[in-house]
Write a protein that binds this ligand. Sequence first.
Ligand code: NAI
Length: 349
Amino acid sequence: MTKPKIAVFDTKPYDREYFEAMNASYRFDIKYFPSHLTTDNVALTKGYDAVCVFVNDNITEDIARNLVVNDVKLIALRSAGYNNVDLRAVYKKIHVVRVPAYSPHAVAEHTVALMLTLNRKIHKAWYRTRDNNFNIAGLLGFDMHGKTAGVIGTGKIGRCTIDILSGFGMRILASDPFPDQVWAGEKGVEYTDLNTLYGESDIITLHCPLTPENVHMINTKTISQMKDGVMIINTGRGRLIHTKDLIQGLKTRKIGAAGLDVYEEETEYFFEDFSQEVIDDDVLARLMTFPNVLVTSHQAFFTHEALSNIAQTTFENIRLFFEKDELPNEVCYKCREPECLREKTGRCF
Ligand code: NAI
């Protein structure tokens, strides 16, 4: 059988390195494009069987229409999240597959790195000691032991994060529309409603997918319910937080610290070098001025293990579809509803 032709978008040198290593065994016909997949360049997908995209390639309705016209049969996401794809627009036209788990440990460990850095002010200490300033005034932190962590989303990443925080001796509150009480009982995790979680947590960390229901769940109203000095960590998706409200919370000192690996308008900036440019985004620029805000550029996933697993699962997703017509990691907009056929037939349509 002829090998499928794959157009890989938003490719950085590190993506290509891991993909090329994996392709030594699969031998797909791959073209790497450094740019995002956009309305302007979607014409490039003509003649390709599959497109492979990352978190900031937004597959809008318009792009979806063009992919259908170009006879693309598979959208292979090299991410777990799929909020960047208009799943309704491609339903019954193009199958969408993802990498459901590549390393929940990578994201959980980065989450905790943000917490520890902000709490113990490692980012500030690093600058000081490099300047031979060994004064520790202003670097005061708190013991994580005995404090309460509120974990929103107890899937793979949320659970890994909880395991680490439990190791510190923290009390864990959790919220999830599909609570797993057996697991919670074994781990000593208390499922609770969001109001309680907001009111009792010293650190709140977001590990749920972005859905139409939870856009801007962290906003002025919910921030007002939180403890004074709360730390908010987001390694989930940027639009879970209303950033201007977060900034207001920081300005009023209600929020004690924020660690953000994702940002609602990250598409233009994250993964790119703007060190010689003027930043036009005033919200992002304001965020960068706070001493108690740490922004990382969607790098929580970025470990050797995760990149290997992403390449492995993506290639296997593509092979299984084109060689065997199988879609073990398919997603569609009906996946959470009974009409989705995936549970019964192993595919969404
Ligand atoms: P998962 O699918 O294993 O778990 C997600 C959990 O969130 C599920 O238990 C689900 O029931 C729950 N959930 C759904 N809606 C919710 C809501 N409104 N409130 C609370 N819980 C809710 O997903 P996984 O692998 O744990 O990933 C979670 C998210 O992390 C992904 O959807 C993605 O957005 C983000 N992510 C970020 C990365 C990064 O590099 N910063 C890398 C990978 C994922």
